[in-house]
Design a protein around this ligand. Sequence first.
Ligand code: DAH
Length: 449
Amino acid sequence: MRIFLACSNSCKFLGHILKCERNLMFPCATSPPLRQQVRYLNRTETWFSFTENDFVVCGKPYKKDEWTNVTPYLVPRIKQNLLIKKNHPLALLSEATKRFFDDYKFFEFNDPVVSPHDNFDSLLIPKNHVSRGTSDTYYLDKNHILRTHTSVHQTHCLSAGHDKFLCIADVYRRDAIDKTHYPCFHQCEAFDSFTADQLSLSNIYKNKDQEKIRTPKSQENYSDEATAKVEQHLKKTIENYVRFLLGKDFEFKWVDAYFPFTHPSWELEIFFNGNWLEVVGCGIVEEKILLDHNVSNKISWALGFGLERIAMVRYAIPDVRLFWTDDTNFFHQFTGIGPMDQYTFKEIPPFNPCINDMSFWLPQNSENWSPNDFYDLCRSEAGDLCEYVELIDDYVHPKTNRRSQCYRIFYRSCQSPLTKAFVNTIHDKIAQQVEKQYNVEVRNKLPLK
Ligand code: DAH
């Protein structure tokens, strides 16, 4: 789990492609560098393929290098465009969000391939941050990744001269496997900026006689007063948005948070099904990010959240895999539901899971091994039949110094019952692949029930 990335369940920019609402081209005619990258991406074309050493993603060819970890399982998800799929709860939520933020310039960045620089450096994410590694991020090659968050587009919108905007897009992360985590999900990013005048202040900066130091309340240059006013606007906006979606009747709290690109930073948590759920990350944008894009005399807020998490709360959807299902039982329930309608999903009673364990010795030099490698492999081999994977044992043999891990895999389809024999063949495939790809030595692969 990464530390700064909220809302996980938590680009060039070679051919970065933008598409606006109603398929208008990106409207900023004044920014040649960005504009050159603009073209409409037709996601219905055949535009990905994999061979031994090369692959095509979004119509662009790549050569595998030592960074490559995108999988043939993942890449077709890019083309599914759930955000515009008819009767899809994410499309309804996306539409409702656009309505709420209707005075924000809306951008849909259609191509998820971005550069590590835009995804991380432009947001001041430290060079050694764990989220940059191949354990957490999908790399096409050293210089191209699948965006891990919609915050990446702050740099694109700011460079194009916009400082009040909204983006909604698909994002990709190597992460745990459970009912709220899926390697592809959707995020929304909103950004707003204020001059001293807009805040009814004479100045947004600290006075000459005030020490320019960072405190828990404010960054070096912005005054406490300006920061507090923007904080208030930000928190009210988020609270109103969540009320707009979920109705008045929910419990929430604000907690202090840390993000490299904002200070101060907060998370909104809402009480759902007996737990506090982080739903929105936000904060006062680091002044450096504005200055890097030639925006001065402004103070901004940014917020970001995962659509799946909010949709799961809004419609009581119990499992994130349902968003990807082809099952008409799922879509029929959303037929005729409008973006502003409240609806409670009628859960299809779950089938019994098949639970199998797998333990293996890791190779001697296993420092780079991450459980995310195993989770990704389970998704590749078992697809959406894999509901939950848990690392249940991790130990080093005292004599041989060999490290062993044991994972428990819950197989269960959202659509139909699975037979043990069928599950065992998938389990065997995972065992073969983990041996082949990671040079581990499988010790046991036992059905538990
Ligand atoms: N990008 C963060 C994530 O993926 C979410 C986020 C946090 C976005 C704070 C923001 C922000 O704009 O200010 O977890």
